[in-house]
Design a protein around this ligand. Structure first.
Ligand SMILES: Cc1cc2nc3c(=O)[nH]c(=O)nc-3n(C[C@H](O)[C@H](O)[C@H](O)COP(=O)(O)O)c2cc1C
Ligand code: SF4
Ligand code: SF4
Length: 247
């Protein structure tokens, strides 16, 4: 069984490749939360998460804190653009009753476009040049049930715990960073797809009704008119969704 959270499609693509190679069931963490499903039993269980601010997305952390896993092999894969930070440490700390057996990471496009630039294929390729090879090697290792840490260089856990996670929770996640441009056509996709129902449509325009969200940037990257922006840099840094899966 493979459990994944994905806003822009990178983790969904890794989950899809693993599912195809190992013929396992693939479940979205956002769907499991909607269905109140937190107990999982299978021969192997894989958790695939993006890296957010050197740690876990709030939705993944909260899910892992509630979940229980009965399995002979529990592995964790972080996708990331710059560094997987301390995601593995955080995932292991969040899960009760059982430790993670193996940790992996896959470098993919960095969807944090308030800072990083995905505006041209060349800029995207700088992140993705080794992605396929890295996924192949994770599939091989998982098939052999390898254990231990196979992640790219990480950052110390205390930095995530004391600095990065508080910044993510108290600053980055604030929906007041968003604005909507006049190009919005009122299609409602942003509200429909938000994993935490942070957006409502009012007078055919999105309105953020929660003070904080996961800050997955799904609304920004999926908008058909690229009308949603986070502060002032995202417009020039481009819009990106993983081309191999539907998001
Ligand atoms: C709020 C936010 C914070 C992020 N922080 C990091 C980070 O600390 N390190 C990193 O390498 N990538 C970071 N990223 C990039 C994502 O981890 C990466 O692009 C991931 O593959 C996206 O997965 P998805 O397409 O399945 O949503 C961040 C992305 C977002 C939206
Ligand atoms: S997805 Fe984009 S175009 Fe559609 S309602 Fe939201 S902001 Fe407007
Ligand atoms: S409001 Fe946008 S960034 Fe925030 S959780 Fe919803 S889709 Fe993700």
């Amino acid at each position: 069984m493979i459990l994944y959270f994905s806003a822009i499609g990178n983790c969904k693509y890794v989950a899809t490749r693993l599912t195809q190679a190992t013929e396992q069931e693939m479940l979205s963490i956002a769907d499991c939360i909607k269905e109140n499903r937190y107990d999982f039993a299978d021969e192997t269980v894989g958790i695939i998460s993006p890296t957010y601010d050197w740690g876990l997305p709030s939705i993944v952390k909260e899910f892992l804190e509630k979940a229980s896993f009965q399995t002979g092999y529990l592995y964790f894969i972080a996708t990331y653009g710059t560094t997987p930070g301390a995601t593995g440490y955080m995932a292991n700390k969040s899960i009760h009753g059982r430790g993670i057996d193996a940790y992996y990471s896959v470098r993919m496009a960095d969807t944090w476009t308030p800072i990083f630039d995905l505006s041209t294929p060349e800029k995207i390729a700088k992140y993705t040049k080794n992605t396929e090879a890295e996924i192949d090697s994770v599939i091989h290792a998982v098939s052999q049930r390898q254990t231990n840490r196979h992640m790219s260089p990480c950052t110390p856990a205390f930095i995530t715990k004391w600095i990065a996670e508080p910044i993510y929770n108290n600053k980055v996640r604030r929906t007041s960073h968003f604005h909507v441009e006049d190009t919005c056509i009122g299609c409602g996709l942003c509200a429909k797809k938000c994993p935490v129902q942070a957006i409502e449509m009012r007078d055919k325009k999105p309105v953020w009704v929660k003070d904080k969200c996961v800050m997955c940037l799904g609304c920004l990257h999926r908008c058909p008119k690229f009308s949603i922006q986070y502060e002032d840099k995202t417009k020039t840094h481009g819009q990106y969704t993983n081309p191999n899966v539907k998001v």
